[in-house]
Design a protein around this ligand. Structure first.
Ligand code: SF4
Ligand code: ZN
Length: 327
């Protein structure tokens, strides 16, 4: 099949959702346009921004870092070593191997050294690994951004991630989560940095193709903690729908965002509820959701309670270790 854009070269990437197929060069043009349009639509980034890109060693975050550099944004990478034996070492190697030739040295936070490796922190706090991981990652995104003067934090969530999250939120009528779901989380008065998802318009298949054609070497295995993640079930369900009806995913997620924007235009008072829902949100999301009421007594980070959820978690882990005699 010939490329549908240049009509000369052989197509290398077929995209049924866009009724298209591209040769590598034209696919790069398409991909760049998608990301640029995703950034422009919600003013996610500006040329003045210092962008902290959270890289896990997986394809999406490395592709994000690559394209933001290519688009000329000022970026640095942040790698959080989760302390998951084997997987974390392999992921870190990929991040370093990506950054080195591009003249970058990623910032590294080692959760083992910080006293909160995810598997142990989950065990001692009796919480799900992913919930603990979310709390810890959000904490370090904000802390590193504040300490190092970054204006925005960017993560590699793609269209598949966001559509799966939307489906889960709808199926369970998670109103607060629906209110918060957006490629842009503005910074808050409480000192929480702006967070953006510049890849929200591109699918997993498109980021994988971009990574492959660009020769980006990433960790192929999924995080071992993700095996039971319900998000994978929602992803599978959407993949089935997408195969039967190409374009479903982008229409689903884009329609949701458009609906939200329309509601904001019609009901300005809804803006507060949709963009800064606070109130009843629990621990793990509180740092993400709105104005913190004060500063953590232990670390000084923005916090809803006297001590922030990260410091409370760390305290529980250290306390558990002492009780167990260091085991
Ligand atoms: Fe963290 Fe869970 Fe994702 Fe693994 S799967 S990186 S533990 S949120
Ligand atoms: Zn704290």
């Amino acid at each position: 099949m010939k490329c549908k854009r240049c009509r000369k070269a052989q197509a290398a990437v077929e995209l049924p959702s866009h009724h298209s197929a591209f040769c590598p060069e034209c696919f790069f043009v398409f991909f760049r346009r998608q990301v640029t349009e995703g950034i422009r639509k919600f003013s996610l980034l500006s040329r003045e921004d210092r962008v902290l890109v959270c890289v896990s060693g997986g394809k999406d975050s490395l592709v994000l870092w690559d394209i933001l550099m290519e688009l000329g944004y000022e970026t640095e990478g942040l790698y959080i070593d989760l302390g998951i034996p084997g997987y974390s070492e392999r992921s870190r190697e990929k991040v370093l191997a990506f950054a080195g030739p591009r003249g970058k040295e990623p910032l590294v936070v080692d959760l083992g050294r910080e006293g909160v490796p995810i598997p142990e922190a989950a065990r001692r706090s009796r919480k799900e690994e992913c919930a603990v991981c979310g709390t810890v990652k959000r904490y370090f995104f904000n802390r590193i951004a504040a300490e190092r003067g970054f204006t925005v934090v960017a993560t590699g969530h793609n269209l598949d991630d966001e559509a799966a999250r939307l489906l889960g939120n709808l199926l369970h009528w998670q109103e607060e989560h629906l209110a918060r779901q957006h490629p842009l989380l503005p910074e808050t008065g409480g000192g929480l940095v702006r967070k953006v998802k510049p890849l929200w318009r591109v699918s997993e298949r498109e980021t994988a193709s971009y990574g492959f054609l660009k020769g980006i070497d990433y960790v192929l295995e999924e995080c071992p903690m993700s095996v039971d993640a319900t998000s994978l079930v929602y992803k599978e369900a959407l993949t089935l729908l997408e195969e039967e009806m190409p374009g479903t995913r982008i229409r689903f997620y884009h329609g949701f965002l458009e609906g939200k924007e329309a509601l904001l235009r019609r009901l300005p008072e809804a803006a507060t509820a949709l963009h800064r829902p606070g109130g009843a949100s629990h621990d793990a999301e509180e740092e993400e959701s709105g104005d913190a009421r004060g500063s953590c007594a232990a670390c000084g980070a923005p916090s809803f309670a006297e001590t922030c959820s990260y410091c409370r978690l760390r305290e529980r882990v250290l306390h558990g270790r002492t009780k167990a005699g260091g085991r």
